[in-house]
Write a protein that binds this ligand. Sequence first.
Ligand code: ADP
Length: 651
Amino acid sequence: MPIVAMALVVVLLGAFLWLLHRSERDEEALALIKDALWVEQNLHFQLTSDEDKLERLADALNREQPDLRQFAAMARMVVNTNPAIERLLWLDADGRTRMAEPPSGGGMAVPDGEPGPSPRDDAFRIARASGLRAYSATYRIDPSDTGFDAVFPLHRDGVFAGALVGVFSFEAMLTHHVPWWFAQRYQLEVIDARGTVLGAKSRMAVPGTMTGAAPDPARSHVIPFDPPGHGVALVATAYPTDSNGTRTILVVAIFGLTGSALWSLWSLRRHIAGRLRAEEALRAEHAFRKAMEDSLTVGMRARDLDGRITYVNPAFCRMVGLSAEEMVDHGPPMPYWLPEDLDRAEAAFHDVLAGRAPESGLEMRFQRANGERFDALIYEAPLIDANGRHTGWMGSVLDITERKRSEELARQQQERLQQTSRLITMGEMASTLAHELNQPLSAIASYCTGCLNRLRSGRFDTQEVAAALDKLAAQARRAGLIVRRVHDFVRKSEPNVAPCSLPQVLEDCVGLMGADAARLGVRVELDAPADLPPVPGDRILLQQVVLNLMRNGIEAMARTPRAGRRLSVTVTRAEGALLTAIRDHGCGIAPEIAEGLFSPFFTTKSEGMGMGLNICRSIVEHHRGRLWFEAAPGGGTRFLFSLPLCSESSS
Ligand code: ADP
């Protein structure tokens, strides 16, 4: 619209200027015609008045024959008082000059290079023939001037007696009879039928006119000048007006300004279009960001350098059950902090502001608006603006309540699994234990029978009976120990961490696995120095780890030649820890098996459960230790676990 309006303004302005110009040209042309007509009339008037004087002189000559001196005086007066009359001639009836005033000078009446009768002779003949005043054709009256003759016939007593000739100069006519103001505005020229300039009055040269080229018809006006006739005409040409230059400058300025206004409009339009595009892109970006923020399940919370909340996302609002308005601009204490835990929240808050927020995240417990509590894991990062200035902190808040619950559930399940695993192990070992118990029990029975036989025979040695009873008691104690071990092992109990002697644990395990190992022809070698310091741990759980590793080692040697079936169990002191190694000479562990070895339910055995190693690692890590394995030099595998020493023993 503005462009169209501006274009219309330009068109109207152009039309207005054109109309103005045209009306000015019309006015100028009208003024030119009026002025030209006026000047022509003025010249005629002057010519007529000059001719009247010549007429009167001719009349005087007609009436009486003056003497030459008298005529010369009269003629001189006429020539002197009428500047347009250059010369006066008195011709006799044959056309010969009787008298001339001034006697010599211009007025030779012979046109340049033209042969034949002179223009004056022609006019003389016409005047003689007609008896009326006649005008000659124009001719050069002197080298710098052109003029014509007015021939007045003289009659005496009805007989042609000669003629009076007035030589008129165009230059003089123009000089004396054209007013100055006319010359200021116009160039006035007298031209003949061929367009030759015969005389001119001008302030300056008008381009085109002096060179003989046709003058601009819009600026010139041609009026026939008759008398003298013979195609002589007056040409008035207007000077180019000075105002034209100023007007041109004005027009150029107006069009220039309009052009620059149009250009500004166009660039403004481009600028606005660019802005609109940028705004559109910004809106799209904003919508995209908003959609992203709304779809986030992670709470986002921005704070300024003073700790005031400047922004919260919908996920955070949902998490704490408060609206964004209720939180934005809120400083500590925050409405979601636990009332009984304000000190810790405040301390964490100051840590964040001081840039000491832990990189691994900070676990906090928050309270929703409905009083419900939840565990949150918060990561804080500095907020940097577009100029690289630090303007606050952006926190991402994860609701980890569910995760913690499932972790707790997993832990409980693990515990139950351990329990189950222990029961399985117990079941597997029941026969072994029965076998083990069988031996002390049968020993007890035979000691008992021997003692009874001696007592009944009445021939006994008290010392001998007492020794047998001692052995019997020892066997009973051993049986009791085995029973207690089984009882301890299967009793469901929470981890009972206490200083625990690892050599003792290993000894117990070797004892428990002894029968099994013997059945399969495996030699168990135990190297456990008794003077090693204790480790903090649950004896029963540690036993389970060792039993599992020993059983795996024994089973791995099923295909090993009997002579090579050796299982060595060693414990050594390492840097701040005790390192236990159970080395077998079995089949080893292929790389593809090694990958899943510690995964739950991973087994290569038809009757295996695949939980053993997984549980072992959980137990060792629970004791802040580490469990791993390596291929043993000379074949087989070595399972190792380290357990940190009690702090006072390690120091
Ligand atoms: P399970 O003994 O019930 O299979 P484990 O978790 O104790 O479950 O062991 C998983 C698997 O690891 C075993 O099936 C066996 O293939 C492999 N494995 C464990 N210990 C050894 C070992 N000492 N030598 C070779 N393979 C072993």
